[in-house]
Write a protein that binds this ligand. Structure first.
Ligand code: 2HA
Ligand code: ZN
Length: 271
């Protein structure tokens, strides 16, 4: 059996959690990540017949039956992941049409997966329908995006347009824009269902006065999406109270569409 702490997906996960903490996006136990793994990826490292614990999920997600997830633990600190991955992370297999999560590895202190497991699993199911290559769902509390939800309208088109206007590359990185949920109680199936619904049309979903969800094909891509949106929000928070003399115009954004072969969300730019 190979050492799971040397698995590429484990190294990638530890580096990403550490990097997110270092960006100030995951104070205390803030944030959570789930990375979908194929059985063939996990098999060289673990005895897949040895189930440590069976945990009811409290929801149904038949699309995820038999899938494996490397996921951060509830109450665990991103800051500590690199020092004790086997306590702060776990690998679960989803069975019984999504109703059961079988713990195969990790959460060594008797812990469990993130309180946001419903939002993660429902978002995976939603994104897989749009893009079968989706593997990652990531949640965190980036300072400027959060700040922006206090002072900017939560209208999705307006919120997206503001972010696009803040750096030239934004529209290229997330041409579908960002979707926005109003404040809702976190950790519930309701916010999970609402997030998954928003994930059908965008890989970024802002939770007003809380944080953001990102989805992507790997940890780097997902991190980069959030990083780009957060950079734009930072610029917005620096300039929002100042007279704006210049901006990126819709005409210029159409040039970016042509140059980078992307298409902005329908109806978000003037013709
Ligand atoms: O688990 O970020 O939304 C910490 C959170 C919950
Ligand atoms: Zn949160």
């Amino acid at each position: 059996m190979k050492n799971i702490l040397e698995a590429p997906f484990m190294i990638d996960m530890i580096r990403t959690a550490t990097n997110m903490y270092n960006h100030g996006w995951d104070e205390r136990n803030g944030g959570n990540i789930s990375l979908m793994l194929e059985e063939a990826e996990v098999a060289p490292y673990l005895d897949l017949d040895s189930v440590k614990l069976k945990i009811p999920t409290g929801f149904t997600a038949p699309e995820l039956d038999g899938k494996y997830f490397l996921v951060t633990g509830t109450g665990k600190y991103f800051k500590n992941v690199q020092y004790a991955p086997e306590t702060n992370l776990g690998i679960v297999r989803i069975t019984a049409y999504g109703e059961l999560a079988e713990l195969i590895w990790g959460f060594n202190d008797g812990g469990s997966f993130t309180s946001e497991f419903p939002a993660h699993m429902m978002s995976h199911a939603a994104r897989l329908k749009v893009n079968p290559e989706n593997r990652v769902v990531m949640h965190c509390h980036p300072t400027n995006l959060l700040a922006m939800t206090y002072v900017h309208t939560l209208d999705e088109r307006e919120f997206t347009r503001t972010l696009w206007q803040m750096c030239t590359e934004c529209i290229v990185v997330f041409p579908e824009g960002v979707n926005v949920l109003p404040w809702m109680l976190c950790g519930t199936n309701e916010i999970g269902e609402a997030t998954a619904e928003k994930m059908q049309t965008a890989r970024l979903v802002v939770w007003a006065q809380h944080g953001i969800y990102g989805a992507g094909k790997d940890l780097d891509e997902t991190f980069g999406l959030i990083e780009t949106a957060e950079k734009a929000a930072e610029i917005y928070m620096k300039i929002a109270h100042l007279p704006r003399l210049n901006t990126i115009t819709d005409e210029q954004m159409h040039l970016l569409e042509q140059r980078f072969h992307i298409k902005a969300r329908e109806g978000y730019l003037a013709e």
